[in-house]
Design a binder for this molecule. Structure first.
Ligand SMILES: [Fe+2]
Length: 199
């Protein structure tokens, strides 16, 4: 495992946790409940301000190198850069829908659910594909020197949600995540040994 891949996988794990959070919130909304709009807002803001700006460009660099070393493998994987652009478009679409809802503009519930579901869906499918195909292929094809050069070429500022210093606008989400993790941990301890008690 290379340092670049460790970082990309860690970022995926963080993103997957957020997508799951969003999924819970949307379920609440879909059954007519009141979701935590602050949490939803922060999740979308995070995707716009970190993965779209710093995670996907790193993957693009790895993909470019893969294309150079094994064009046939890259071709099988597809057009990753375009997929990243499409994902960013889904983030912006969902963000605009949420903004309209928060400003109490008339947005049909179904439209909001559709944007949210499209966002959740595309994020999960994309990450699954990368984990199953793109990452293992890159690890197989690229040399130590490739990884070294890629690492040098990459810049990542501190992650505003999962990094050392949590940005002010992500504080509420950060606290919520810590609380959920603690609850999850407690539930696990309480449920350990009870067969079938999965969440
Ligand atoms: Fe990714």
């Amino acid at each position: 495992m290379t340092e670049v891949m460790r970082v990309l996988r860690r970022e995926h794990a963080n993103m997957a946790a957020l997508v799951k959070t969003l999924d819970w919130q949307m379920r609440e909304f879909e059954i007519g409940g009141q979701p935590d709009y602050d949490v939803i807002r922060s999740v979308v803001d995070y995707f716009l301000s970190f993965p779209d700006l710093y995670h996907h460009p790193k993957e693009d660099l790895v993909f470019e190198r893969l294309k150079l070393r094994a064009p046939e493998v890259a071709e099988r994987i597809g057009d990753l850069r375009r997929e990243h652009e499409m994902i960013a478009a889904r983030s912006r679409e969902f963000s605009a829908g949420l903004k309209a809802i928060l400003e109490e503009a008339h947005v049909p519930r179904e439209a909001f659910v559709r944007w949210a579901r499209a966002f959740i869906d595309v994020q999960m499918r994309h990450m699954d594909m990368e984990e199953a195909d793109f990452f293992p292929s890159a690890l197989q094809v690229l040399s130590d020197q490739d990884w070294q050069e890629l690492e040098t070429a990459m810049t990542t500022p501190d992650d505003p949600l999962f990094g050392e210093n949590v940005g002010e606008r992500f504080e509420h989400l950060h606290q919520s995540i810590l609380r959920w993790q603690a609850e999850d941990q407690q539930a696990r301890v309480a449920g350990s040994g009870a067969p079938g008690s999965s969440s």
